[in-house]
Structure formats: C-alpha cells, structure tokens
Design a protein around this ligand. Structure first.
Ligand code: WTA
Length: 683
C-alpha cells in the first residue's frame, strides 16, 4: 500500500538541514516504522507509552476491538487495565520529572496588540490545581460533565485541565456558537456546571458571552434542566487584584462600551473569588484507560450534533505522538496553532499534544486580519515561531492581500508549516509554500476529524515528499482503504469512499449517550470499516487526495455544518414550508451556504424575510452558519419518491446547466424556474 520508493517527479522535498535532527528523517524510516506500527502495535505503542506515567500498567494486548457490525457491538479498547491521569502527564510530569517547571507553556497574545501574558508549566500546574479544587468544592465529581464556553484565554486551558485532573468530563462549546447551540449541548450531555467569561472582542466586535450563556441556561431551565452553577471569569472586567498567577501583569482593564454582565446570584459564581481561597495542590484522580475524557460536539447529518466521546489513554498517546512526529517537535520550538480550542484542532494541538511534549506554544485570542492583515506574521516574528499550523481558509483570505503584508516581517524562524480542516487548493498551497515559507518549510497537510482524535493522513516533514493538495500517506497505526459503492476495496489508482480498516489509539469510542447512532453513522454502510464520510482519490504513486464530503455535510471555513441543521433552522420560520441547503464553492471559505426556501401559502419573498432568515440561522446555530444566498424556490427538484435531488440544486447554485441524468426527476419544470430565480450575488 505504501509505495516502495517515494516518487521523484512533481514533488516537493523537505529541507535538507532539518533531516539531521528529525525524528523521522527519511521515507525509508517512515516505511519501516509504519510496518512495525501495523504488524506489531503492542511493541510500537508500548515503546511510546514508556515515556508516560502510569499509576497501574496495562494488562493484555494494546488494542482490542470489533469494527464489524455483523459480528456484534462495535468497540475499541486501548491499554485495558492501565490507569493514569492526563493532567498529571502534561503538567506534573513536565514540572517534576522532566524539570520543565520554568519553561513557558503558553505565550498568550490577546486580540489587541500589546495584550500579552506568559505562563510557565509550574504556574499552569498551580492554577489548574486551584481550579480543580474549586470544581471539587462546587460538588463536581469524577464522571460529571462540565460545559465550558470561553474565549481563547489561558483560563480555558486551566478549566479543561482542571476537569481532567479530577476525572470530570469537559464539553467545550466554541464561543462563536449561539445560546441555542450551547443549550442543546448542555442538555445532551447533562452538564452539572458551566464555566464561561464576561465577554471578549473578536477584532473590534464585542461579544457579550455571559449574556449568551445566561440565555442558554434560561432555555435549559425552560426545558426542565436547571444548571445550578455557572462560574464566570472576568476577562474584560478584571480588577487589578484579580491578577492571575502569571509572570507578567495582565492586560490593563480598559473600558468596554456595551459590555453587559448580567448576574444571577442564585447560580453565578466569580472565578476570581473562588480561586483566591483555593489550595494550589490537588491530588489527581487516577482514571482507567477507557474512562471518558471529553465530549466534543460535531455536526451530524440528521441535523442533531453528535457528542464525540474520547477516552483517556489512547487519546493521550495519539495526540502526543502525532504532535511530536508530524510537526517534528524539538525542545527549542515555538509552536503556534491558530485554531480555536472550541474545535478538535485546539483540543488536540493546542492543549493535549503540545503540553504532553513539554512544548512552548502561542495562544492567540485574535483574528488574522486585526488590526491589519500582517498580524499573523508580526506574531511569528515577535515570538520566533518555528512551527505554524493554520487552516486553508485563513491562507486564502490572506492571499487576497498579496505578498507585501507577509514580507513586511522576516519569518526567518519558521521551519514547518501545517494546514488542517479542508482540502487545500494547490494555488493556496503554492502561496503558503513560496510566500510564507520562502520554499524553506515543508507543508504538512493533515487530514483528520473530530472523530479521529488526531492526524490520520499526513506527511512527515523530513520524510514525505509533498504534492500540493495531497494529505499524502497514513500516520502510524492507521490503515486506510478506498471502497466503491458496493463496498469493494479498490487497489492502485482509484477514487471512492475513504475508510479505515482498524482502529488507532485516538479514534472516538462512541457518540455520547447513543452508541447505536455511533454504529449507524460510522460502521453500518460498510461492515468491517470505519467510514469517514469523505471522498478520496489515490494516485499512481499511492498518494491520498481528499476530494471532500460525500454526505450531507458542508465545510465552511474549515468548519463542518450539516445541511439538515441549517434547513431545520430555516423551516422554524413561519413563512417557510420547506428548505434545502447546498454548498456553493467560495474562493475564501471553501464552501458557502446556498439555501432554497419554499414559502408557505400567502407569504411573499422579500428583503425583510431574507434578513429574518439569516438572523434566525445565526441565532439557532451561530455566525459560521449564516447563509450567503437565500433563493425563493416555489418548487424543489424531487424524485418520484419525494427525495430532494441535492445534486441538481448544487448545479443550480453554481449556474451550471449540465445537470447530468435527471430522468428520476418528478417535475422537470421546477428546474427552469429555479434557474430563473437564481441569486447571483451573496450578501
Ligand atoms: C475535512 C477537523 C481535506 C474533512 C480536524 C473531514 C480535510 C472534516 C482536511 C473534519 C485536510 C479536515 N484535507 N479535508 N487536510 N482536514 N478535512 O471534525 O472533510 O472539524 O471529514 O475536524 O474536515 O472536520 P472536523
């Protein structure tokens, strides 16, 4: 499956210098270790596990699993019998065993240039212990779920690790999500406590986060699920005496016109007052390997988000190992991942992977375009960032402004560049490689999912010759295959469904509270395989190229959305009888939302309705789901059995007249009508 020799033509090779020090210095070494990881996983992962602290050692085989629904329940168990604590491994082990207490864990860079903080491993450990004691004093116990709805501040990492320290399960909800989305997630995972902040700025826009959190808690109450505790961090309204335990003073309090901090004394608690009296020592709770670690919601094709559940030992080993090898982490690196911790990329590659390696990272609160489009490169120079990880959508956005804003800064420190979240188009890849990395830095195009826990297809920077737009080859322990519609494995150059044949330590274990849904979504279509939902092509050299989602999912700016989720938000409006949403290619966002709406009798389509619908979707889901196009659709193209033909709608959205086979269409006249009503400009 892996080619004997790496191809020589049409590929980009990593820099020769770095090969000397690299963990995986050649394609041959990659191949050798890959074979070992597949043929002898116990030894491969066993060696890696030796670097970590285990309260008790595992017994039996490293991985035990069933991936075949026809043979019984799907399960994955990794390192059964072992017990450990991730917080201990990412903090105490670094401070006490590896003597990294004074090493910087995070350089926090705020939204406003000049707002900055430095946090060492020792300080982070103290703060996590304090907050863990706070959670305990509020009655949080092992196995309880805690919801976290916070901006990109150090306290977000503190809150998540404090949960992990006491064996509680965090469920982080991206702070860009609406109160409705937060409410749904709190209800689904039955969280007993919410941690949030007063507010934050995204560029020059103020977000009143506490207001949204309160709305969510009210909605939960209305549904008969009162959350009795809400801990609020004062991020914007912090007083001088509420200075955290950090080596530098926090950003000066500035006036924030419009900041509203509602306070409900029955439920609300102040982060700072609670922490002030808390001890900075807290014995970790030793957890079994397969104890739940966290829940993270991702869009589901039925429209109801799925609570992806990851467990302790496998996730820890996998994120630590992928971080070390994919970014070729070296002790003097300064690493920066621009994702938000509210997404899986931030969980695995801001918090767990880097901290497990004792790395120093930049934690950035702001936007790539604020106060100007040079901000990223200014930060790269300021902290001498060596490894930089971002999303194709950010690259395409910055590309529009040309190379001058990039070249204002030196970027000499950069060694490896990474991308994640969606396929990167070769043009953006070339710009990233040539303008940002000045042809010095290999690009790791990492393909993975919330469900996979960590990278599954990815180049290794000193080993894998790169092809722009290809995620190249599987990571250690991962066995991909390409299937056709009948579920047959295709050999050689081919295109079809991307699946995985066996688990790796970091794969999700279940959908929280609904194991059947987990089996149905990922394992029913092709028994014996984990189905990613992505299409994939393998070329003549064995390289994998992700072609995009093949289910009803859209990828907007690297964020997955389900069409059903947006459709159900639209039809909640009284004027809408039916809605169908498709993706339309977008030069920066990758895909944009194009919505067809059929009105209820007697309603008229106008700008006011359009604006109401946009607002409704934003409020139900969040700003990332705001439709770009809304089109009046008196009828929708359907098959005789009533199924909407989305394929046809996608063509209409793009103005493509070549519709392919439409023989199953019940009423072909609707198509012409839809072409006539097409929206040509987005809002
Ligand atoms: C897409 C993000 C092509 C893919 C880590 C996947 C990618 C979905 C890549 C998961 C990549 C992610 N190339 N497509 N390098 N990385 N995707 O769960 O469609 O937010 O299934 O996890 O993003 O999105 P999720």
């Amino acid at each position: 499956m892996i080619p004997d020799k790496a191809p020589k033509e049409d590929v980009f090779h990593g820099s020769g210098d770095r090969k000397k020090e690299a963990h995986i210095p050649s394609f041959d070494k990659y191949k050798e270790l890959y074979l070992k990881s597949i043929e002898n996983p116990d030894e491969f992962w066993g060696d890696i596990a030796k670097d970590f602290f285990w309260k008790t050692k595992h017994t039996g085989q490293f991985l035990d699993y069933n991936f075949d629904v026809t043979k019984g329940e799907i399960f994955v168990k990794c390192m059964e019998g072992a017990s450990t604590n991730i917080c201990y491994n990412v903090l105490d082990r670094n401070v006490h065993e590896r003597k990294l207490g004074d090493k910087v864990a995070f350089y926090w860079e705020g939204n406003e240039p000049g707002d900055e903080l430095t946090v060492t491993y020792r300080e982070l450990l103290q703060r996590v212990c304090q907050f863990a004691n706070v959670l305990k004093s509020q009655g949080v116990k092992k196995g309880d779920r805690v919801s976290i709805y916070m901006p990109m501040v150090v306290e977000l990492v503190v809150a998540m690790l404090a949960c992990v320290r006491i064996g509680a399960v965090h469920s982080i909800v991206f702070a860009g999500f609406s109160s409705q989305s937060l409410c749904e997630r709190i209800l689904d995972s039955q969280c007993s406590l919410l941690v949030t902040a007063d507010g934050f700025y995204r560029g020059d826009k103020l977000i009143n986060l506490k207001l949204l959190a309160d709305e969510a808690l009210q909605k939960c109450r209305d549904k008969g699920f009162p959350v009795h505790r809400c801990i609020m961090l004062k991020h914007l309204s912090r007083e001088a005496e509420e200075t955290p335990l950090v080596s530098q003073s926090p950003p000066a309090k500035r006036s924030c016109p419009g900041l509203q901090v509602p306070w409900n004394p029955e439920v609300d608690l102040c982060w700072h007052s609670l922490v002030r009296g808390a001890s900075d020592e807290c014995e970790p709770e030793w957890c079994e390997s397969e104890d739940p670690l966290f829940i993270l919601y991702t869009s589901g094709s039925t429209g109801k988000p799925k609570g992806v559940l990851h467990t302790v030992s496998g996730y820890m080993l996998y994120t630590a190992t992928t971080f070390k090898l994919v970014f070729d982490y070296q002790p003097d690196d300064i690493y920066w991942c621009t994702a938000d911790i509210g997404w899986i990329t931030g969980h695995s590659y801001i918090t767990y992977g880097p901290l497990a390696n004792g790395a120093t990272s930049v934690l950035f609160e702001g936007l790539p375009t604020y106060p100007d489009v040079s901000r990223m490169w200014e930060i790269v120079d300021k902290y001498h960032v060596t490894k930089f990880y971002t999303a194709p959508t950010a690259i395409r956005l910055l590309m529009k402004y040309g190379s001058e804003p990039v070249q204002k800064y030196k970027r000499e420190s950069l060694k490896v560049l990474g991308t994640v979240g969606e396929p990167i188009n070769p043009e953006a890849w070339q710009w990233y490689y040539t303008v940002v990395g000045e042809k010095r830095c290999p690009i790791v195009d990492t393909f993975w999912q919330t469900e996979t826990g960590g990278h599954v297809l990815t180049p290794l920077p000193a080993a894998t010759p790169m092809k722009p737009g290809s995620a190249t080859f599987p990571f250690f322990g991962v066995v991909p295959a390409i299937l056709n519609e009948s579920g047959e494995e295709l050999e050689g150059p081919s295109e079809g469904y991307l699946v995985f044949k066996q688990p790796w330590p970091g794969v999700m274990r279940t959908v929280y509270g609904n194991h059947q849904r987990f089996e149905t979504i990922y394992f029913k279509k092709f028994p014996g395989y984990y189905v990613t939902g992505d299409g994939c092509r393998r070329d003549q050299d064995g390289y994998y190229w992700i072609t995009g989602r093949i289910d009803d999912m859209l990828n907007v700016s690297g964020h997955l959305l389900s069409t059903a989720e947006v459709e159900s938000a639209l039809v909640e409006h009284e004027a809408i009888a039916e809605a169908a949403v498709v993706g339309r290619p977008h030069p920066v966002k990758g895909e944009s939302l194009y919505c067809f709406v059929t009105l209820t009798d007697g309603m008229t389509f106008n700008c006011t309705l359009e604006a109401q619908l946009r607002k409704q979707v934003r409020e139900k889901i969040g700003a990332i789901a705001t439709p770009d196009y809304i089109q009046d659709a008196p009828g929708l193209p359907k098959t005789r059995s009533g199924k909407i033909m989305r394929r046809v709608l996608r063509k209409i959205a793009c103005g493509e007249r070549d519709l392919g086979d439409v023989s199953t269409l019940a009423d072909s006249s609707v198509v012409e009508q839809l072409f006539q009503n097409r929206c040509c400009t987005a809002v």
